[in-house]
Design a protein around this ligand. Structure first.
Ligand SMILES: [Zn+2]
Length: 137
């Protein structure tokens, strides 16, 4: 059961979720297709050293489908490691890891990995979680 409404009637179906860090410095909406409770929606659990520590569960909407209602992406603290391909964005006040993004324009350009744990009204136990082998990257 989700109150993340504004499910539109277009095909494929999508839903808009509201998310934030803990302190509210960053709030955003994410349009996700298919919706998180749709059987074909996969949520990724990454095994890289960063995501393993953060417990990240992520979806990868197009960047245009992630809209900030408070704060801006550039205002996140940014952390990179290893090959420095991915920027991990977290709130400098409360420390919650909200998003990650490739810094390589040739790799997953225009996509943002959003931490599903920061979204409201998501039943984490019901998600279709698949392993992402980020350790390799
Ligand atoms: Zn915060």
């Amino acid at each position: 059961m989700s109150s993340a409404g504004i499910a539109d009637t277009s095909d494929p179906p999508s839903a808009i979720y509201t998310g934030s860090c803990h302190c509210g410095s960053f709030t955003y909406t994410v349009q996700q297709s298919p919706p998180l409770d749709h059987p074909s929606c996969e949520v990724k659990e990454c095994n890289c050293s960063m995501c393993a520590r953060n417990g990240y569960l992520f979806i990868t909407p197009a960047e245009k489908n992630v809209k900030f209602t408070n704060g801006e992406k550039d205002e996140f603290k940014k952390y990179t490691f290893g090959k420095h391909i991915f920027a991990h964005y977290f709130c400098g006040t409360c420390g919650v890891s909200c998003m990650a993004q490739s810094l390589d324009p040739n790799l997953w350009a225009d996509i943002v990995a959003v931490n599903v744990r920061t979204l409201q009204d998501v039943d984490l136990k019901s998600l279709n979680v698949k392993l992402a082998d980020g350790k390799r990257l």
